[in-house]
Design a protein around this ligand. Structure first.
Ligand code: NAP
Length: 283
């Protein structure tokens, strides 16, 4: 293998220890960063995600609450709860675990969060701030990708970055962040014609599709940096990304593994956003 690994576990440890130190400083001033996590229903994957988020909060010294609702909660009841959290001074970040049951309008729920507590970065105000290039909460997964590039001192200015995927939570904000860092950005999606012709031009590729081996060795320019956001299960049930890791590792300069790459960075950036929110509150 010639590519260097960008290790999300190690980078997360480094960032989380800085978050812990800053948290202690804030606590000394009488402010404990607080994150409220809301989960509706019994989706097993969501249960694991929220448990991990709450555990991560405890590890860095945050206050956290986990509010579990049964899947038959009405949208209006959920909105009342969010309003209470909006007004609660102990809470600096509010996270609603998605997906929500079908009878609840997710957009209405996310837009009900006070934008100053939108640490997931999914509120329309946060999205608007990102589009305009003004300060705001950046969605955690693409924000984690930017931190990974920073960790290898990668200067995006003038580089061609190709993002595969255009979801609201990963692909689109990823593209905007790369643009913010002065890359020339191309976004690919399911209607893109000849993906390979585009990825072969890329200095940086972010794969965020959810399909095994969407990016193979023959699609990558030698020396490119490859970030794999995908989380899939192979035929043996093993966690894997969107990138053919073995093949692409032979040709890329840097690559993120799955597991142990972008995944751990997502919760880390959630902690960072919550800390930033609490710090703003202390000023
Ligand atoms: P999503 O909402 O399903 O979006 C997938 C995107 O991929 C869509 O924009 C789709 O295009 C595009 N796409 C589908 N087939 C394609 C193809 N053949 N060629 C090019 N583009 C194609 O998924 P998501 O929420 O963005 O998540 C993407 C992956 O990242 C998933 O595996 C998810 O589990 C993972 N993920 C990981 C983390 C983490 O913490 N590591 C966080 C979030 C998501 P259209 O828009 O045209 O349909």
């Amino acid at each position: 293998m010639s590519a260097m690994l960008i290790n999300g576990v190690e980078l997360s440890k480094t960032i989380r220890s800085k978050v812990s130190l800053k948290t202690q400083e804030l606590k000394n001033k009488g402010i404990t960063p607080g994150l409220a996590v809301i989960i509706v229903g019994e989706n097993p994957a969501s249960q694991v995600y929220v448990r991990n988020k709450v555990k991560a909060c405890e590890e860095v010294g945050f206050f956290s609450s986990l509010d579990k609702y049964s899947s038959d909660i009405s949208e209006s009841e959920l909105l009342v709860h969010i309003e209470k959290l909006n007004l609660n001074p102990k809470i600096h970040g509010i996270l609603v675990q998605l997906p929500l049951p079908e009878h609840i309008n997710s957009s209405r729920v996310i837009e009900a969060i006070d934008p100053s507590k939108d640490v997931d970065g999914f509120h329309i105000s946060s999205a608007g701030a990102l589009v305009k290039g003004i300060p705001g909460f950046w969605p955690c997964t693409p924000f984690g990708c930017i931190k990974m590039l920073e960790s290898i001192n990668y200067d995006l200015k003038g580089k061609h970055a190709v993002v595969i995927g255009r979801s609201h939570i990963v692909g689109k904000p990823m593209a905007l962040m790369l643009l913010d860092k002065n890359a020339t950005v191309t976004i690919c999606h399911s209607a893109t014609v000849n993906l390979k012709a585009i990825t072969l031009q890329a200095d940086v590729i972010v794969a965020a599709v959810g399909k095994i081996n969407i990016l193979t060795k023959d699609m990558v320019k030698p020396g490119a940096v490859v970030l794999d956001v995908g989380m899939n299960r192979d035929s043996q049930g093993k966690l894997c990304g969107d990138v053919d890791f073995e093949g692409v590792s032979e040709i890329a300069s840097y690559i993120t593994p799955v597991p142990g790459g972008v995944g751990p960075m997502t919760i880390t950036m959630l902690l960072q956003n919550t800390l930033d929110s609490a710090e703003k509150n202390s000023n």
